[in-house]
Design a protein around this ligand. Structure first.
Ligand SMILES: [Zn+2]
Length: 368
């Protein structure tokens, strides 16, 4: 008798407490993924995230709200150390390519991206970054070029795609072009609201948006750009969620963490990672209020070979300070973190190849 009751209690416990944690809706049906927010901290290794935690004296950061944590192998088709182009290609298409190529295979043949498949399925799409709009990470989701330096072709491919909202830097390749096209005029003809000042973001009410907030290249660093990334992310979520029947795919990139790594500048890494984490907080709040939203947070590669050694090699003593120590000025081949929240999050709780991330998203978004 006692045993039967014990089993019954155990089964009840499983039903009530454990199963909802793996993505069951209240009615017992497995919760489906409707919206995906894909968040990339460019160059953000585990040490970069740790640096942010140390700076905040271990006060919880937004990334800690994730329900699943894993690691990603980042190597590209031709190099054990990837660039942002090949890594973003793996995330966007599920296939490895050579460094500096964007969503074309090693022979230059275009490969369809998650964002393109989402558009075909009738989902809404958005891109919010702090680099130039034609930067490698966002560009791999909407363009197909053999060299990431071909920014005029990348810009033209962006304008030719019906992406609902996009915001970042780098106005130049849209208006000063060798082919004489003025892509800004073309965007206006396509009923985009063109904005060039981040102050205009809060006034957006609805409709399609193209934001270009720097003349050339990256947007300013965190210390000069205010709360652009979290605010642009919040506004984009609000707009994409209006009349949201078929779901959306949104890419958010904290693009300049990578710069801090290249410059071996721990202050820049911490500031940029904090800004990215603030955007993560905005997205987590949205996902909590909007069931069916899967949030995936990861990096494309690690930059700088950041380590955080103790000042004193004698670990029998109490602490005597720490250092931010960089092993190089470039990218490294170390695995990077992946964090997930929402329906399907449990799939990310292991070691994954960067191409598997894409395959998982396609499956969860039912894009195949
Ligand atoms: Zn880099």
């Amino acid at each position: 008798m006692f045993r039967t009751r014990l089993i019954r209690t155990a089964v009840l416990f499983l039903l009530v407490f454990l199963i909802p944690a793996v993505g069951m809706a209240g009615n017992g049906q497995k919760e489906k993924v409707k919206n995906v927010v894909f968040m990339v901290g460019d160059g953000m290794g585990v040490a970069h995230v740790t640096a942010l935690m140390l700076d905040g004296k271990y006060a919880p950061i937004a990334m800690e709200r994730a329900q699943a944590v894993g690691l990603v192998k980042t190597y590209s088709a031709n190099n054990r150390v990837t660039d942002s182009g090949a890594s973003a290609t793996a995330y966007a298409t599920g296939h490895k390519t050579n460094n500096s190529q964007l969503s074309v295979d090693v022979n230059g043949k275009p490969m369809e991206t998650i964002l393109e498949k989402a558009i075909q399925k009738g989902m809404k799409t958005g891109l919010v970054v702090t680099c130039d709009m034609t930067g490698a990470t966002p560009a791999a989701f909407y363009s197909h070029v053999s060299s990431r330096k071909d920014v005029e072709s990348i810009a033209a491919q962006l304008v030719d795609k019906p992406i609902d909202i996009w915001m970042g830097g780098g106005r130049q390749p849209f208006e000063k072009r060798k082919d004489g096209r003025n892509l800004l005029d073309e965007l206006k003809e396509k009923n985009y609201q063109l904005i060039f000042d981040t102050k205009q973001i809060e006034d957006l009410q609805n409709g399609k948006v193209a934001g270009l907030f720097s003349e050339k290249g990256y947007m300013p660093e965190y210390s000069q750009r205010g709360n652009y990334l979290p605010e642009a992310t919040a506004k984009t979520l609000e707009l994409l969620n209006q009349d949201n029947k078929k779901g959306f795919f949104l890419l958010v990139e904290g693009s300049q963490i990578d710069r801090g790594g290249h410059r071996n500048n721990s202050e820049l890494i911490i500031g940029e990672t904090r800004d990215f984490d603030n955007a993560v907080g905005v997205v987590m709040d949205f996902a909590e209020k909007n069931p069916g939203t899967l949030v995936v947070i990861l990096a494309d590669h690690e930059t700088g070979g950041l380590a955080i050694p103790a000042n004193d090699a004698d670990f029998n003593k109490g602490e005597n300070g720490i250092q931010f120590h960089f092993s190089g000025k470039g990218h490294t081949g170390t695995m990077v973190p992946v964090l997930a929240y929402g329906p399907g999050a449990e799939n990310f709780s292991r070691i994954l190849d960067n191409t598997e991330i894409s395959a998982l998203l396609k499956k969860l978004m039912q894009l195949d």
